[in-house]
Design a protein around this ligand. Structure first.
Ligand code: OAD
Length: 267
């Protein structure tokens, strides 16, 4: 294992070659890939959401039952921030890469839609989405009004809308602490990781399970793991290559090194 920060370092070239040779690439992203779009991560010191807000008051089913308006208002504030934020060069590089390699399966822990807005097809959302709320009681999907939510500041309470089917309260479509992951997305992610020949982990601390077990599974299968992150992570000890930098800088540099004959997918 070695670490590089310089642009076009021998290690960047070697990883670009690995990507070119890969037949089945898996990319796992976390909050760090959206940081350069202006969306806060969870655990970065000072700026992380869990540094400023208590997850036990905002990210559990019990918290929602105690104070639905506080929880709904907080997630509407986060949705507003996402709607105001454009995809960054990291998201865009991944979308381009997907069209240049035989197979790229993108698994994200993020609840924003910036990968989709960057053009990535078929993103597996392990932790749900801010954009797909559902009824707390009957689970019927709720259609959000188009445009910006009214909530202007984090912390203001907003009563949740009512379900069109059963009149129950609508909840954010995200996975909370103590809840299971969406089973189809998780099964597809597990299958993709079992079959991949390269895993690239970007912008995740690797602290939250079961998502954090995906690189571990790849490692057990002797699959090379690339980590892109400006700070140390829990996956560093199993990484084949570590790029200590921002996703929005490293990914475009990698993309530049993918030779042109790889730039069209064979049909
Ligand atoms: P964390 O906040 O735990 O970690 C964010 C990671 O992004 C850190 O390792 C940072 O060093 C890294 N980072 C920051 N800026 C970056 C940049 N520009 N480029 C690349 N990396 C950067 O976020 P996650 O690992 O995504 O769960 O957290 C996992 C889950 O914990 C989240 O999905 C969320 C949270 O509770 C749910 O919402 C269910």
């Amino acid at each position: 294992m070695s670490t590089h920060t310089q642009s076009e370092s021998p290690e960047l070239v070697s990883v670009a070659q690995k990507i070119c040779r890969s037949q089945r690439t898996v990319v796992l992203t976390g909050a760090g890939i959206s940081a350069e779009s202006g969306i806060p991560t969870f655990r970065d010191s000072l700026t992380g959401l869990w540094e400023q807000f208590d997850p036990l008051e905002l990210a559990t089913p019990e918290a929602y039952c105690r104070n639905p308006s506080l929880v709904w208002g907080w997630y509407e504030w986060r949705r507003m921030k996402v709607l105001q934020s454009p995809p960054n060069p990291g998201h865009l590089a991944l979308a381009t890469l997907a069209a240049q390699v035989p197979q790229l399966i993108l698994i994200t822990q993020n609840v924003d839609d910036l990968h989709e807005r960057a053009g990535s097809p078929a993103v597996l959302h392990l932790h749900g989405s801010l954009h797909h709320p559902r009824c707390f009681e009957c689970h019927h999907p709720h259609t959000l009004a188009p445009g910006m939510p009214e909530e202007p500041e984090g912390g203001r309470t907003v009563p949740p809308p009512r379900c069109s089917q059963c009149c129950g309260p609508v909840r954010p479509g995200v996975v909370w602490f103590g809840e299971s992951l969406p089973s189809l997305a998780w099964q597809q992610a597990m299958a993709a990781v079992h079959h991949c020949d390269l895993l690239i982990s970007i912008g995740t601390s690797g602290l939250v399970y079961p998502a954090a077990s995906l690189p571990e599974i790849a490692h057990k299968n002797n699959t090379p793991i690339i980590v892109i992150n400006p700070a140390p992570t829990e996956q560093d000890n199993i990484a084949t290559h570590i790029f200590r930098g921002r996703a929005g800088e490293i990914l475009p540099q990698l993309l530049k090194l993918i030779p042109h004959h790889h730039r069209s997918r064979s049909m």
